[in-house]
Write a protein that binds this ligand. Sequence first.
Ligand code: ADP
Ligand code: MG
Ligand code: MG
Length: 897
Amino acid sequence: QKMVYLFGGGSAEGNAKMKELLGGKGANLAEMAGIGLPVPPGFTITTEVCTHVMKFGSYPEGLKEQVAQGLAHIERLTGKKFGDAQNPLLVSVRSGARASMPGMMDTILNLGLNDQTVQGLIAQTGNPRFAYDCYRRFVAMYGDVVLGCKPQGKDEIDPFEAVLEEVKHKKGVRYDTELTAEDLKELVVRFKEVVLKRTGKTFPESPEEQLWGAIAAVFNSWNNERAIAYRKLNNIPDDWGTAVNVQAMVYGNMGEDSGTGVAFTRDPATGENVFYGEFLVNAQGEDVVAGVRTPRPVKELAQVFPEVYQQLLEVRRTLETHLKDMQDFEFTVERGKLYMLQTRNGKRTGLAAIRIAVDMVEEGLITPEEALKRVEPEQLNQLLRPIFDPQALRQAREEKRVVAKGLPAGPGAASGRVVFNAPDAEEWAARGEKVLLVRIETSPEDIKGMNAAVGILTARGGMTSHAALVARQMGKTCVVGCEALKVDYKARTVTVDSTVIREGDWVSIDGFTGEVILGKLETRPSEVVQVLIEKSLAPEKSSSYHYFSRLMEWADKVRRLRVRANADQPDQAANAVAFGAEGIGLCRTEHMFFGGDRITAMREMILASTPEERQKALDKLLPMQREDFVGIFRVMGERPVTIRTLDPPLHEFLPHTEAEQREVAEAMGVPVEAIRAKVAELHEANPMLGHRGCRLGIVYPEITRMQARAILEAACQVKKEGIDVHPEIMIPLVGNVRELTDQARHVREVAEQVFAEQGVRVDYLVGTMIEVPRAALTAGEIAREAEFFSFGTNDLTQTTLGVSRDDAGKFLPVYLEREIWPADPFATLDVEGVGRLVEMGTQRGRATRANLKVGICGEHGGDPASVAFCHRVGLDYVSCSPFRIPVARLAAARAAL
Ligand code: ADP
Ligand code: MG
Ligand code: MG
């Protein structure tokens, strides 16, 4: 069995399509080597070996031999020898999973160094400083990754870093580059002491042992805590495994004619089609990403290494035409010669993803379908995200509250209270605080805390630093490389000049400009929202609107699912239409009963002791309801509008505190005892399963009749205004067809009365929500009566799982943590359980009534994975909140591709 794939010397055994087997990094290294880009030679150990190791705890037969052949291949192409004291070959050992996991897996550079080979390296290069620089980096990396010498407390820094800082301090220098060969040599000795002290073992001298130690560490790192956390966050299966790449070292730290960098073929923050990146002279590998020094823009390479710069521009073109996506690549310059070390599809903000996808269609690189696949529905949120209110921002600037400026790494506007480490961020956020995570720099250990924060601010690092990369992916507002900040983890303060910011203080960051602002700032809507909702910005004035609308246009062409909105009021309905809603999937009528006169009339209705009294109160409610519906119908025009009859238990409308009860009694002119008695009478042990939904209308048919009348009178009125309205009256919580028969009879009787009175007819439907399992099970019978179904997946999830959403907080986190549930079933549809009922209900319903309209109106209607499911099982539409509509349109399109 082939376990090792070679690359380098102008050819490769693998290619970009082999990501499953070679991992993303290995496959793309092979691809680049294959198309003639300058890649240092190496080999890739397959992901299958990782899977084998995880399963059996040992290497597969024959691996040693194949690795030895791989090394021989590198030796042949470089003319160096691994472990040789005169002309040593050094290698990097790099992990690379199928999907790129930035910083998750650990890489070791300069492997093969020991006290003999370092002499060889000096002899080869005539540069002792360089050789000891490599050596100390190697010992620190190996000590950290393979031998587990990590920081221990949350305030402690890396043990090697601590020694380095101490030596730098002793020598009175600021940067690593100012240390001499002797200093670096001392570091090697002291680093090895750290290893001995921490592990009780001496540092391994044998290159062979080092290599296998590193290979094992890469495989094991697949299961380290932060890799697991990242996979969970990004839904990457645990059983994919990682590949290991062993590659000849090239040296960016050989002096002023060398360097290393990271570049993007387009701007990853805005998506603009410009070459974008950063480099450091005389530096190795991680230095750029780790934010050790703040790097220089890649454009400056044009002055420093003009030839290399021209070559890079060429590489940029080659990579994009070849791989047809924006690339994020690593390069190193060794004594003026360019080497490519990695390329992958670049992480980007939602903004950039949309712009790049649309631009690439317009440039003829990809098709509109491909563009739709490139944009995650959630990324659209970034075009809908708030910005600071310009007024407030201007004022903050005038008041000199802008205390610093960093690099704008993740767009958006965020205000939060300052915390200094990830565990605190998580803890504060869990108790409902908005937090801004402030770090010198972030590392993969901080992922969960970054996720919990509203924004991230770092003192060091560039646009390609860890913080920037992760924040962009999460869609977080982020400012990095803000060097004016002096962060003190122990004291929990940030100092800028004379200003001291303490833990818990409010700070705002602008992810468009990089500004750091004291205090809390008001935010305001994005451009797309200004164009579509507020109509305060002309569409042609906004480029983000241009990209948004192109993408939506393509999405609407390919999707089959219709998208409706959950909206209860005319203004919400108008927003929904602006975002592209094709109807209302759920209009809840109970919200109309709150506020002002309405709640009083509602309470009179509830307190009534005879049907006559009740009718009197309902007569007061009727015109108010009718007005609401008139407003909604006018906004929605000919689009269908599904209106649900009263659903919540009546006690929700009554006052519950002593004081409120007294006040209400007084206002209504009834004794407070009457109210108290009614509250007691209506009290339920399990309101979720109590007297609600159609059960109300069955006991009090006059409520359903009043609502039907209000809806249909409004419909007739608007129809007379010339709009062909399409109301759909929906009866909630039906579990038995006889419930629906009863309620539908009332609706249809009232309809005939209204049409006769008004002298006009409207097309209307009567249907039901499917939200208890019995309804799904007996959908065939229910469809005899129902002209449409709408799956109320919030309640259907509660009733199917037997879980009350309000009480789930105590165990839900544990269930998610232990993966008993793959995702929060109230956010993403439980496809295996609830989904099966949805599918069955749809099939049975349509078996009875072939043209049955079927939709979904729970929270799930705006969740991309749930939308995809709805597409698969053949629903007619999804319905979600107005601001989720663009997300749902795109998700529906992607499901159809
Ligand atoms: P990550 O997945 O964290 O980016 P990499 O394997 O890409 O890890 O390596 C970390 C850093 O080391 C990168 O900057 C990379 O360019 C550099 N690097 C890796 N292999 C070599 C090599 N053979 N020669 C020089 N630099 C290398
Ligand atoms: Mg890399
Ligand atoms: Mg419900």
